[in-house]
Design a protein around this ligand. Structure first.
Ligand SMILES: [Zn+2]
Length: 357
């Protein structure tokens, strides 16, 4: 088994991590973070599970990381992402696991966000020989396939020079993720929710010669958690895409590195099936948001007076220890850590970390 140094992995180390997941039949959870609390919770969860992990930020998450008070929103999205990346670069190795650093959906309007982060990535590469992020995502699935692929090519040309990888989206993931996405239409046949394997083949032929890329292919997956029944998951689309590329280009098995968006609320059996077809990354956000939020609700309910008065109006007892943000933020972190143990388990990643000092 290959081993890697603990910490943020990029370039060839990232490919090693991917290859180990695919050949080992497991996938890594990609968890959205918005603060040091959620970042640290993911690191803690990975260390506890003995698993490697993917940490990602949406554009809104990056903006939040910089602080909602920052006037220039574009700058906040770029610098928030850079700040989160620096935080994780500094700490990850001390948690003893490998961490992939990634950013989530960037639609056409957000191309300048990706380019802004790449400016910082290139400067970092010049300074240290490593980029800041492992990969970024470009989600141009709402545009024509021609535009989608030509922009992906342009950006990947820039990224591959500094050892970065690009995640692309073909077909659309239903639902909405941080303002980027598509409404589900109950009356439509939702055929765009299913990627065509021939489109995946086209992407492979264009991008594979340039650099490393991964594909978020749509197989009926939806962002958010909804009542079941609206859309059917058809993971066999992933299997068929792999088979088509393999057949046309005489590659090894499962040539594509596939990503599962909208993993929250999915049936375990479908998750395992998708992983068996070469999915190495499953995004999880909605479920960990709830896991972060639920404990604070219970805590406030159990300590209602402490959230209204610094000192008990009847007994005079001080409540400092209860309203101290560390007390309740820690509960949130612990909720997220616990939920992520299930994710590592279902994805088969538990105990599979490649990190070795
Ligand atoms: Zn997504």
């Amino acid at each position: 088994m290959s081993t890697l140094k603990p910490g943020v992995v990029t370039g060839d180390d990232y490919k090693t991590l991917l290859a180990a997941a695919k050949s080992g039949g497991y996938a890594l959870p990609a968890v959205n973070i918005v603060s040091t609390n959620s970042a640290n919770a993911v690191l803690e969860a990975a260390a506890l599970a003995g698993a490697d992990v993917i940490i990602q930020l949406s554009n809104g998450g990056a903006e939040f990381f910089a602080g909602k008070g920052m006037a220039d929103k574009h700058q906040a999205k770029v610098l928030g992402a850079v700040s989160a990346a620096r935080h994780i670069h500094l700490l990850a190795e001390h948690y003893g696991v490998c961490v992939v650093l990634h950013t989530d959906h960037a639609n056409k309007k957000l191309i300048p966000w990706v380019e802004g982060m790449l400016d910082h990535g290139e400067a970092e590469y010049e300074r240290t020989g490593k980029p800041l992020f492992t990969s970024h995502m470009l989600d141009l699935s709402a545009e024509s396939l021609d535009f989608n692929l030509s922009e992906c090519k342009r950006i990947l040309e820039r990224m591959s020079k500094i050892g970065m990888s690009l995640e692309i989206e073909l077909g659309v993931t239903g639902g909405e993720e941080d303002g980027v996405g598509h409404d589900l239409d109950d009356t439509a046949d939702n055929s765009k929710l299913y990627t065509q394997p021939t489109d995946v083949l086209r992407a492979y032929e264009l991008l594979d010669p340039i650099g490393h890329f991964s594909v978020a292919a749509s197989f009926g997956n939806v962002h958010g958690v909804y009542k079941p029944g609206n859309v059917k998951l058809r993971p066999e689309i992933l299997r068929d895409s792999q088979a088509l590329v393999k057949e046309r280009h005489a590659t090894a098995d499962k040539p594509l590195d596939l990503v599962f968006h909208g993993g929250s609320g999915s049936e375990e059996e479908k998750i395992r099936e998708a992983v068996s077809y070469g999915v190495f990354k499953m995004n999880i956000d909605t479920d960990t948001q709830f896991a972060f939020a639920e404990p604070i609700g219970a805590y406030v309910e159990a300590n209602p007076v402490a959230f209204k008065h610094q000192i008990d109006p009847d007994t005079g007892a001080p409540y400092k220890k209860i309203y101290d943000p560390r007390a309740w933020l820690r509960k949130c972190e612990q909720g997220m850590v616990a939920r992520l143990q299930d994710a590592f388990e279902v994805l088969g990643a538990k105990g599979r970390s490649l990190a070795k000092d």
